[in-house]
Every structure is written in C-alpha cells, then in structure tokens.
Write a protein that binds this ligand. Structure first.
Ligand SMILES: Cc1cc2nc3c(=O)[nH]c(=O)nc-3n(C[C@H](O)[C@H](O)[C@H](O)COP(=O)(O)OP(=O)(O)OC[C@H]3O[C@@H](n4cnc5c(N)ncnc54)[C@H](O)[C@@H]3O)c2cc1C
Length: 477
C-alpha cells in the first residue's frame, strides 16, 4: 500500500492543471492546492496509523493487504464497516471527505454489476476489462476521481438534441486499439489530486445518443485532458479564524477531454445506450450511501456546536433553545438511523455484491439535503451575530487589542478564547466559503433533490400501501 509521500510523488506526473489563470506545474507544491492534497493524503495516513488500520486495511485476496475501499461489500456488516471508515475519515478531515477511493470504488462496484448484465444480455466482454482495471487500481493503491456530470447545455434536451454536439462527452473516433473521446465533464471532485479518472454517463439515453453512451478510465496525466480547477474555498489561511477550512479542502474541476485516446482495455461501455441509464443509476445508488456516510460528522458537529455555544451564551435552559437542539439531535439521529438501515436492508446483487437499499439511501439523502439549511439556521440563531462580526486572529495576537477581546468576549463560565474558538468553528462550517460549499453540496452533490425523489417514488412499496388503503376502506378489488 502507498505511503503519503508516495501518494504525493504520484501526482507529479505532468498532468495539465490550471488554477486561478495559471498552469500548475506541481499540485503538491502549489500553496492553495497543496491544502487539498494534504487533506486527501489522510486516506493513506489512516491506513498506516495503528489506530485505524483494522478499519482501513483488509487482507488482499492473493495475500498481503489492501485498502478496505477496494473490497466488494458482500454483507450488511461489510457496508457498515465501509460506512464507519468513511465517517471516521471525514471526522478526521474536519467534515470534508478525503474521497480518494470512496467515489472511485462506488463507480467500480457499479461497473462490475452493469458490465456483468451487458455481457450476459448483449454478448459484450466488458466484465473482464472492469475486473482487470479494478485489480490495477487496488494493487497500486490508486486514488480515483469520477467524472460523471456532463456540462449538459439545455437540461430539457438529450445529448443528441443539443445545439452543441459536445455538451455531453462522446466518442468521436473508433480505432482498432481504442476510442477517441471529446467533451467536458464538470464538478469533478478530487480530479487534480487523483491518479485515475473514471468516466461514466450522466443519464439514461436513447438510440440516437449511441455515441454518448460511453464509460472508460484514463490516468489523469493523459494527453488531451485538461483540468480547470475552481478557486472556491481558497481563502482560509488562519487556523484560528478558520479551524477547518485552513487545513481541509476538496477541489472540483471543469474536466476537458480534447480528443483523448482511450485504449480498448479501458473502455467499459461503448454504444450500448440501453445501459447508460442503469450505469448512471447504479453508481449513484452506491455513491449516495457513501454520501450519507460522510454527512454524519457534519450533522453531529452542528448538534454539538449548538449545544456548547448555548451553554457558553447562557441560554441552554431556554425553552426555544432546547427545542432547537432537540430538533438538531433528531435530525442527526434520523440520518444515522436511515444510513444504518440502508446497509442492514441491503440486497445481495449479481456477483455477490451487497447493494445498499436504494429507497432508504435516497430517503436518507433527501432528509439530509432538505433539512440542512434549517439545521444551519438553528445553529446560527443560537450562536449569535459574532459568527460574522468577531475580531480575527490578527486582533487576538495584537497586544493592544487582545486584552480588550479577553475582557469583553467571554461567556457564561468560559473565557474569551474558548468562546471565540467555538464561534470560529461554527462560522467556518456555516458562513465561510466552506459553509457555502457545504450548503451547495447538500443540495446538488451526489445528485439533485429531485433525482432523490424520483428514486423514492420508483422504489416505494406502493402496492403494499394501496392494498392497506383498500383493505381498510372495504374495497374488494
Ligand atoms: C461540490 C460538488 C461536488 C461534486 N462532485 C462531483 C463529482 O465528483 N463527479 C461528478 O460527476 N459530479 C459531481 N458533482 C455534480 C453533482 O452530481 C451535480 O451538481 C448534480 O447532479 C446536479 O447537476 P448540476 O449541478 O449540473 O445542476 P443542474 O442539473 O443544472 O440542476 C439545476 C436545477 O435544474 C433541475 N433540472 C435539471 N435538469 C432538469 C430537467 N431535465 N427537468 C427538470 N428539472 C431539471 C434540477 O433538479 C435542479 O433543480 C458535484 C457537485 C457539487 C456541487
């Protein structure tokens, strides 16, 4: 398995990354991007840390060890262990998931299932390629990003009906030894600091979309691949003012494929348009389970911070405050219960892979996403306006102003420093760029709220509900 230094060295490979208008020669040395690299390196650090080894590392089928992420979940217990690993790494990551293997293995599990199905129904030979690629990533302990979301142009039109043929990524040339692809994906998390990029279709497609029904993987340092990384989140230098975002960050890119050649053995879907939808959906079902697992530290933090600041502000006994903290505890508890239930109610799919229950996963994700802004509002209401008006670290270090801060900004039974540190933590996670990032992530990442509702409607046991209504109404048929 890789060390953190080997991971960093693996990113110095000539990849084409632009940030803030500049080409970045080495992402591990760039002052802003290095924060994201160091944050993500947590994945490798955990595997080497005796406190987390039992959780992060499992036996390799051929002997030796491998990251747990690459192990196929086969039982509810395996899914619960995966959930605990994701939750633990995100807690250590200050509410930001490392994501170096979580999302990539979600894609690999989905690729196994859909390749198996396509091979069976269509006589294709994708599963052997997927298996070989899985072994390639597992045995080199590689970090993987997943580029699924296309730029999409007109959301009301499918790939073949867009004004611009490249609003969805497509195959522009077929060669004996592989394919050439063109297009752009967006919002691609951890692409600038992963080794591999797994590309999946965004949506269900029709026969006319054949050229767009494509899935494959390439190393990030592939000719023709350009990453334009978003600067969002690049503001937090002081660990006093920004205790989380000064050390923890994930970046997204506009990921451009300018006639990228993909060798045949790395193509996992090419033209079988009927499987674009199932692949997109199967990936998302695994990924939403991953997502609700990495939301847990964030919602737990909101409850804990609200309770503590209520105490520091001397309002913990007030009825409306208890009411809001109770609501927050129920919000966090419901999310945890639903996440566990999605694992416990898993179905054993093809190839023995345990699939978290899609209905419950989507209910968990919908619960998290639709209540998150209310949760933030309650925490902010209890904390007070100092979240955005408090003096900063420089004033804390300044001999002329520090005594003033110490004298005036204490709370009930607490000194000014502890109270400011807690306020800064709440501010960082709810009002800073990290707070804004969490707010948008809650609504859009891992699929939109409406996509979650579609799955809930599709998977709900309506027959059972309707049968009960008929039975109690005395309707015979
Ligand atoms: C922080 C972050 C990280 C992400 N990481 C990744 C990643 O690593 N890999 C990846 O592939 N993707 C990633 N995503 C993308 C994420 O899955 C998308 O944001 C999500 O699918 C929504 O797509 P969109 O942002 O293009 O919004 P849009 O699709 O433009 O949605 C905007 C609104 O339009 C509505 N809408 C869209 N289409 C229709 C339609 N046909 N009919 C009616 N309403 C419609 C939506 O419901 C929504 O309300 C990430 C997103 C974020 C914010």
């Amino acid at each position: 398995m890789k060390t953190t230094d080997e991971y960093r060295a693996s990113l110095r490979d000539g990849r084409v990354v632009y940030y803030d208008g500049q080409r970045v020669p080495d992402v591990t040395a760039h002052p802003a991007l290095r924060v994201a690299v160091d944050h993500a390196a947590l994945d490798y650090a955990m595997a080497a840390d005796p406190r987390f080894r039992a959780l992060a590392v499992v036996p390799h089928p051929a002997g030796g060890e491998m990251s747990r992420y690459f192990a196929f979940p086969q039982t509810a217990e395996d899914l619960l262990a995966r959930m605990e690993l994701i939750e633990t790494s995100t807690r250590l990551g200050g509410t930001v998931v490392p994501l170096l293997k979580e999302i990539g293995t979600d894609a690999l599990f989905a690729l196994h299932l859909v390749a198996h199905e396509a091979d069976r129904a269509r006589g294709t030979r994708y599963l052997d390629r997927v298996r070989a690629y899985h072994a390639h990533c597992r045995d080199r302990d590689l970090a993987m990003a997943v580029a699924q979301t296309d730029v999409k142009g007109d959301r009301g039109a499918g790939p073949a009906d867009q004004a611009h043929p490249d609003y969805y990524l497509r195959v522009v040339e077929e060669r004996d030894d592989g394919i050439v692809v063109r297009g752009a994906k967006m919002h691609t998390s951890v692409s600038m600091n992963a080794n591999e990029l797994i590309v999946l279709p965004t949506r269900a497609m029709g026969e006319r979309d054949r050229a767009y029904a494509v899935a494959f993987a390439v190393p990030v340092a592939t000719r023709g691949l350009t990453l334009v990384v978003s600067p969002y989140g690049d503001h937090a230098a002081s660990s006093f003012d920004h205790p989380l975002s000064s050390r923890h960050r994930m970046t997204e890119s506009l990921t451009v494929f300018d006639d990228v050649f993909v060798p045949r053995d790395r193509v996992f879907l090419q033209g079988e348009w009927e499987y674009a939808g199932p692949l997109a959906r199967t990936f998302v079902e695994f990924h939403r389970f991953t997502a609700v697992s990495y939301k847990l530290p964030l919602v737990d933090l909101l409850v804990g911070a609200a309770r503590l600041i209520a105490e520091y502000n001397g309002i913990e006994r007030a009825g409306h405050v208890r009411d809001k903290i109770t609501w927050l505890a129920a919000y966090a508890g419901t999310l945890r219960a639903l996440t566990r239930m999605a694992a416990l109610d898993c179905a054993r799919g093809a190839l023995g892979i345990a699939v978290p229950d899609p209905g419950t996963v989507n209910i968990a994700k919908l619960h998290f996403a639709t209540q998150f802004h209310q949760a933030v509002a309650y925490v902010q209401e209890i904390a007070g306006g100092l979240l955005v008006t408090a003096p900063g670290e420089a004033d804390w270090q300044q001999p002329a102003t520090r005594p003033l801060l110490e004298r005036y900004l204490g709370g009930k039974g607490v000194d000014a420093e502890a109270r400011l540190r807690l306020l800064n933590l709440i501010s960082d996670v709810t009002t800073s760029q990290l707070g804004g990032y969490h707010a948008v992530l809650a609504i859009h990442a891992e699929g939109s709220i409406e996509a979650e509702k579609l799955t809930i409607y599709r998977t709900a046991p309506m027959d059972r509900y309707v049968a009960l209504a008929k039975e109690l109404a005395g309707i015979a048929r």
